[in-house]
Ligand binder design. Structure first.
Ligand code: SME
Length: 152
């Protein structure tokens, strides 16, 4: 299972890097990351970015059901990842205090902070699954790696 997941991530990484090569527009790159991951990875029910705008999080490119438009830093899983600057792996969203249920089908998620070349937080990537315990350290390793290569 894990090996297959690693193979899929490696394929995604190559496609994303090829798509984003020479591209400087951040939203174009976010759309490409989401488009590849959401369609290639298994169990990615909602895949999208929340961008840091005026000190809050505002929806960016995503695929899946309609997401919340704005999230305060410090609120929910996305807001926590933005506040502490570290990836949040949540095996069961019902056990995460303050989880924001934009879609009641979401059951587990991973949220990864996105930084630019100067180390400033520019967004978070949020991936939700309808199953419990979908995400682990393999997802964390590959998503953090891909985002660093594309945006830093
Ligand atoms: N799960 C997120 C909210 C955003 S959506 O589910 C699209 C959270 O608690 O941060």
């Amino acid at each position: 299972m894990s090996l297959e997941k690693e193979t899929k991530y490696q394929r995604c990484r190559e496609r994303i890097l090829a798509l984003c090569e020479g591209e400087e527009d951040v939203v174009a790159k976010m759309a490409s990351v989401v488009g590849v991951l959401h369609n290639e990875m298994e169990g990615f029910y909602w895949t999208g970015f929340y961008r840091v705008v005026d000190g809050g999080l505002v929806i960016g490119p995503y695929q899946g059901t309609v997401g919340c438009l704005r999230i305060e830093v410090g609120r929910g899983v996305c807001g926590t990842a933005a506040k502490v600057g570290e990836t949040q792996v949540v095996p069961d969203v019902y056990e995460f205090p303050g989880h924001i249920a934009c879609d009641a089908s979401s059951r587990s998620e991973i949220v990864v902070p996105v930084k630019d070349a100067s180390g400033s937080l520019i967004a978070v990537l949020d991936v939700d699954s309808t199953e419990k315990g979908t995400f682990d350290e393999v997802d964390q390793k590959f998503l953090e790696g891909i985002l660093a290569e594309v945006f830093s």
